[in-house]
Design a protein around this ligand. Structure first.
Ligand code: PMP
Length: 437
């Protein structure tokens, strides 16, 4: 592994300009939606802390006390970052997938879970596996249709506990979902709502109270803190009433041999109830460090920069007639003034998927890597029903953009982040243009 070049300072965030490919081209990482590089400040804080690592909640010694304090302080930092309400709790998990599975394991008996078919598999699959009933909602063609679709499904639902699970921003189209409207609708029908913020949280402020959601789930590795930690934050009643997600030390307050020969156990009631085993202290500390760094950089400034880069990217792709950008909510939504690229950039985070007529998307992604040093992702992005619908292979009447003739049924995804310079966007557009030509 070659040495890291000097980091690239963007709005005070040092995102290491990554490795060199083959020794010549500086690598352009345009796959932030999969995993973002670690911020230098996060790395430095983790490195400074590492020599003082000790067990969390498990020792009387200095190192243990120090680690416990930092772990709990990290929890408080994340709670502040998410605007948690009085009584909300932050549980450290491994990832968004883990967080949603944890919530699935804590659903009251008989819960019906409402999810759009456009969700990432992490938001589609845990409910059924945990024994709940999953109600699939058709892919909406506009934010307003999303709210209407949810409303009609909830109004027809039988009594009983209900949960809605929605994404904040699509990991395929980058489009931002109408979370406030969906949350208000869910609550009007007595349903709870969990926000899959995996793609939203690195790009926009996520404030539980302002959005009106009951829980938020996200992953550290998409938030410039790739140290194996995720977060589930929000209401405690369902979590405290449920059996621990993992049974073991830390989750248990009192354990004894029962009179019937079995085990008698009294479980913890706070976040520790679902954090059995030795906690991933470094991961939690890194997530908190990233939350602090992004807050200091300021989401308003990060967003303004990213929207401009996304507009530049979309405008560049617009000039290649063979390119079809995937969109669920329609290309012409947005401001109504300015260019099409401007309108589309305004309703997306910096995530854009596309297909190119006559190209297999995997070959295109491989050529971008091998010939131009550009890292993107190709495939179905763990959202098979959505990509199928967008490419016209998923059935149903979703009116997707249709796969051009000769086109494979997968797509290329390019995604931007705080460390993306204009040069990377321009190189990417130039590369697509040259390859297609
Ligand atoms: N939801 C969305 C929208 C995502 O993009 C991802 C990651 N691709 C996940 C959930 C799952 O995140 P993780 O793999 O970190 O659990």
């Amino acid at each position: 592994v070659p040495a890291l070049p000097e980091p690239l300072p963007v709005l005070g965030l040092d995102v290491p300009a990554p490795l060199v490919t083959g020794g010549e081209l500086p690598y352009a990482a345009l796959d932030y939606a999969a995993s973002a590089p670690v911020l230098r400040s996060v790395w430095d804080e983790v490195a400074a802390y590492a020599p003082y690592y000790g067990s969390v909640h498990r020792g009387a010694g200095y190192l243990s006390q120090h680690s416990t304090a930092l772990f709990e302080r990290s929890r408080a930092t994340v709670a502040r970052f998410l605007g948690c309400r009085e009584g909300d709790e932050v549980v450290f998990t491994r990832s968004t997938t883990d967080s949603l599975n944890l919530l699935a394991s804590a659903l009251p008996a008989g819960t019906r879970v409402f999810v759009f078919e456009t969700e990432h598999h992490a938001a589609l699959l845990p409910w059924q596996s945990a024994g709940a009933t999953t109600v699939f909602l058709d892919a909406p063609r506009s934010p307003r249709e999303a709210v209407e679709t949810l409303e009609s499904a909830l109004s027809a639902a039988p009594d009983g506990p209900k949960l809605v699970c929605v994404t904040g921003a699509s990991n395929v189209t980058g489009e931002i979902w109408p979370v406030r409207g969906l949350a208000a609708t869910a609550h009007r029908y007595g349903a709870r709502i969990v926000l899959d913020a995996a793609q939203l949280v690195p790009h926009r402020p996520v404030h539980i109270g302002e959005l009106g959601v009951d829980w938020v789930a996200f992953s550290g590795h998409k938030l410039y803190a790739p140290f194996g930690a995720g977060v589930l934050a929000g209401r405690t009643d369902w979590l405290h009433a449920a059996e621990p997600y993992l049974a073991g030390g830390g989750a248990s307050r009192k354990v004894a041999r029962g009179t019937d020969g079995g085990v008698e156990v009294e479980w913890q009631s706070g976040p520790a109830r679902h954090e059995a085993g030795s906690p991933n202290m470094i991961g939690a500390y890194a997530v908190a460090s990233a939350c602090r760094a992004l807050s200091e950089a300021g989401f308003a400034r990060l967003e303004a920069r990213e929207v401009e880069l996304t507009r530049r990217l979309l405008a560049g792709l617009d000039e290649v007639p063979q390119v079809e950008v995937l969109s669920l909510f329609g290309d012409d939504e947005g401001t109504g003034t300015g260019s099409r690229a401007e309108a589309r950039a305004a309703c997306r985070v910096g995530v854009v998927s596309f297909v190119v007529a006559g190209w297999n998307s995997s070959h295109l992604a491989a050529a971008l890597s091998a010939e131009y040093g550009i890292g993107v992702r190709d495939g179905l992005f763990c959202a098979h029903p959505l990509v199928g619908a967008l490419l016209g292979a998923g059935g149903g009447d979703t009116g997707g953009c249709g796969a051009p003739e000769g086109q494979s049924l997968n797509a290329v995804r390019v995604s931007l982040g705080a460390g993306t310079p204009e040069e990377h966007v321009d190189r990417f557009v130039r590369a697509v243009r040259e390859l297609v030509r």
